[in-house]
Design a protein around this ligand. Sequence first.
Ligand SMILES: [Zn+2]
Length: 359
Amino acid sequence: MRQVFGNATILAGEELECLRGYVVVEDGRIAEVGEGSPGRSYVNLKRGVVCPSFTNAHTHIGDACAPDAGAYLHLRERVGSKGLKFRLLEDRERVRQGMRRALEEMRRTGTGCFADFREGGIEGLELLRQVVEQSSVSCVALGRPDGDPPERVIERADGFGVSSVSNYTREELRRMRRLAERLGKLFAVHCSELRDDTAEVLKLEPDFVVHMTSASPESLEEVCRRRLPVVLCPRANGSFAAGLPEAGRLLECTTVALGTDNVMANSLNMMREMEFVFKLARGQSRDEKLRAELVLRAATINGRKILGRDSNAIQEGNVADFVIFRNKYIYEPALSIVHRMEAEDIRGFVIGNRYVRRV
Ligand SMILES: [Zn+2]
């Protein structure tokens, strides 16, 4: 199975370098990226922009059934372990329908892969798997025990996604860490969301952390020094009135990916997330040289890197998972995706061997 996409603007490789040319996809992988014309027979993209699909590196799609429920409650009352969210999650059928809509929204807005911090132990993970199986979006499922034995939870998951170190004893956390390590699976933690718990989290040597909104300058520098990967979700943090992360500093010092967090509090649209992060980071750093490619990389290639998935950077040998945007803004294609394009500007996508064209 071989498909050639020509007359394209390509954001190629890890650097998202802008090329005018073509992409050849063979057996679900990128076989060739070239400049100029690919020859006679090809899908004419009419100078559309080929960009790796987004990876949403932090979601809780279980609460997609209740967007904006409890909007003005404190974060703990809303999504904390005894909060409104967990009363809503008891209706399994409603949760399933919400998850389906969440996956549709992700695909519609250019997301090809996401990492869900799934609640509800084994049952929660099984529900997620059933819904994901019927979708073209791939999922990294990070579970939590929620009353089930951690050994059985991690069997069904790609790793653990710890809600907060304060919800577990030190021994429970160490046990989860060891299990993940032994099975070569991920161990990720919500870190310094409402208070600075970075020191406790770092002792567990997580694969990545999420948030860093309440981290002290010293904690932030320690994360930078270790080059610990961080997932930022600043729109959700703002929506929860829970502060904002030092996006400019983190983008510069470590591998950053982006996530949209609870669907109750935020939409799953990674284009909106990128625009927010780009302007937040430039505003904070006062650095007019801070480029859109840095944010676009965080929303695309870095997510898969942090999650241990094959890269979808547009280069030979990588998986073919990309989005094609309309040819609308000519000066700065990467910047235009970060802060101008809308979901309606997606004219198609390629997922492995499948080319889906939108009319
Ligand atoms: Zn979260």
